[in-house]
Design a protein. Structure first.
Length: 245
């Protein structure tokens, strides 16, 4: 049997391609979270809101970058089952209040809460109401409050103790301070007298501060319960100080 090698293709060695032998890998990400974006209270980011008076006893809230009303605030002089201060969605006037505050008739009596706050379905009979107490002495009007706040993105809000500084020395600014060490800060490293701006979670500047409108600077990432509580408690403080926006 004879063989003819002239018709055969030239010999060449073939090696597996690296592109086909290696499994395809996803593009490298710059962070474990990938494209997921979160916002934490420890980021120290803030939102700026403006509160505009529409008529006696009625206001609306909007972003400083967008004048579209987001929520409506109504002050009710007579006591109701819902509350003296009520917050409604601005988009639909038929919807019930989403948050409310009930004011005490004698807020200087420290044996009783100055007010109670509800930030979830205040019209329901089983709604949860949280107390706010007056802690200042003499002419100083400071308040202590427990507000639900999200401290870790994705986790449920938990109550934390805050204090309002709203005495005459603070005018026309009111500040909400975080009490105790911040999340993931050892208690041994916390010095109450050396708290910086990272402990201020909301600041209200009334028109008397020289601005064009009433500004609210509020820490981002705390959740809706936290933000609604700030607005309700602001109007509570104004009521007891006999002041208006």
């Amino acid at each position: 049997m004879s063989s003819n090698t002239a018709d055969l293709p030239p010999y060449s060695e073939k090696y597996p391609s690296k592109e086909t032998s290696a499994p395809s890998a996803a593009p490298a990400a710059s962070r474990i979270a990938g494209s997921v974006q979160t916002c934490s209270i420890r980021d120290n980011q803030v939102d700026y809101l403006t509160i505009v008076r529409d008529s006696p006893g009625r206001y609306h809230i909007s972003l400083t970058v967008d004048p579209t009303p987001l929520y409506r605030i109504e002050l009710v002089s007579s006591s109701t089952k819902v509350g003296n201060i009520q917050i409604f969605p601005a988009s639909d006037s038929t919807l019930p209040a989403i948050a409310a505050a009930r004011l005490s008739a004698n807020h200087k009596d420290k044996s009783q809460p100055s007010a109670t706050i509800c930030t979830s379905s205040p019209t329901q009979p089983d709604a949860l109401w949280r107390p706010i107490t007056r802690t200042g002495m003499f002419s100083v009007e400071d308040y202590q409050t427990s507000i639900p706040i999200i401290t870790v993105p994705g986790r449920a809000a938990k109550p934390h103790q805050f204090s309002w500084r709203a005495g005459h020395l603070s005018e026309p600014f009111y500040r909400l301070w975080w009490d105790g060490p911040l999340p993931l800060v050892p208690a041994a490293m916390f010095i109450p007298d050396q708290r910086g701006s990272e402990y201020v979670f909301a600041t209200i500047a009334r028109k008397a501060a020289g601005g064009e409108d009433n500004l609210v600077e509020i820490r981002r990432g705390g959740g809706m319960d936290f933000e609604l509580s700030v607005i309700l408690e602001l109007f509570m403080i104004l009521h007891f100080k006999n002041k208006h926006l």
